[in-house]
Design a protein around this ligand. Structure first.
Ligand SMILES: CC(C)(COP(=O)(O)OP(=O)(O)OC[C@H]1O[C@@H](n2cnc3c(N)ncnc32)[C@H](O)[C@@H]1OP(=O)(O)O)[C@@H](O)C(=O)NCCC(=O)NCCS
Length: 165
C-alpha cells in the first residue's frame, strides 16, 4: 500500500466532496439520525457545491490522501482559528492509518505556522480516533452545519508539543 498525503488542487474538488459524503453516509450514519446525515452530506454532488469548495471562503488549508493514486481521504485546517476543520476517510480505506496520517500532516503545518494548539468539533463517530491521537475532550455540545442543522459534537483540543502521539 502506497499512501501519499499532498495539498489539494482545484480539480480535486469533486473527489473531495465524494470522499466526504461517502464517509458521512457510510461511517458516521450509524451515530446520527437521517435528517443530520442528509444535511451534512446532501446528494447529489452538484456543480454549485463543487464551486463552493473551490471558492474556499473559509481559507481552509486542504489535504488529499491517496492510496495507489486513488483519493481516499481529505483533511482541512483553518490556521487563523487554530482549528482542525475536517478529516474524512472513504469507508473502504478505513482503519489503515489514512486519517492519522492526515491529522499528523495538519499538525505539522500548524506548528510550522506558529500554532501551539489545535481545537476541533469532532463527530461522535470520530471521538475515539481523535482521542487516540492525543486530543482531549473540552465539552460535549452541538455543531451547527452550514444549512443551520444542529448535530451532536465533541469539542476537543490538543497542545502541539514536541511529543508525537
Ligand atoms: C474518523 C475517521 C477520519 C478515521 O479515519 P481512519 O483512517 O479510519 O483512522 P485510522 O486508521 O488512522 O485510525 C487510527 C486509530 O484511531 C482509532 N479509531 C479510528 N476509527 C475508530 C472507530 N470507528 N472506533 C474506535 N476507534 C477508532 C483506533 O485506535 C485506530 O487505530 P487502530 O485501527 O490501530 O485500532 C474516519 O472513520 C471517518 O471518516 N469517519 C466518518 C466521518 C467523520 O466523522 N469524520 C470526522 C468529522 S469531525
Amino acid at each position: 500500500m502506497s499512501l501519499k498525503i499532498r495539498s489539494m488542487r482545484p480539480d480535486d474538488a469533486r473527489a473531495f466532496l465524494e470522499v466526504h459524503h461517502a464517509a458521512v453516509r457510510a461511517t458516521a450514519a450509524r451515530d446520527y439520525p437521517s435528517d443530520v446525515i442528509e444535511a451534512w452530506a446532501p446528494l447529489p454532488v452538484t456543480e454549485v457545491a463543487i464551486e463552493r469548495v473551490q471558492t474556499n471562503r473559509g481559507h481552509e488549508y486542504r489535504l488529499i490522501a491517496e492510496i495507489d493514486d486513488r483519493i481516499v481521504g481529505i483533511g482541512s485546517l483553518v490556521v487563523e482559528n487554530a482549528e482542525l476543520r475536517a478529516c474524512y476517510v472513504s469507508p473502504e480505506a478505513g482503519r489503515k492509518g489514512v486519517g492519522s496520517a492526515l491529522v499528523r500532516e495538519m499538525e505539522r503545518v500548524a506548528k510550522e505556522r506558529g500554532l501551539s494548539f489545535l481545537e476541533l468539533d469532532s463527530s461522535i463517530t470520530a471521538e475515539p480516533f481523535y482521542a487516540k491521537l492525543g486530543y482531549e475532550v473540552r465539552e460535549r455540545g452541538q455543531h451547527i452545519l452550514g444549512s443551520g442543522q444542529p448535530m451532536a459534537c465533541v469539542k476537543m483540543r490538543k497542545e502541539l508539543g514536541s511529543r508525537q502521539s
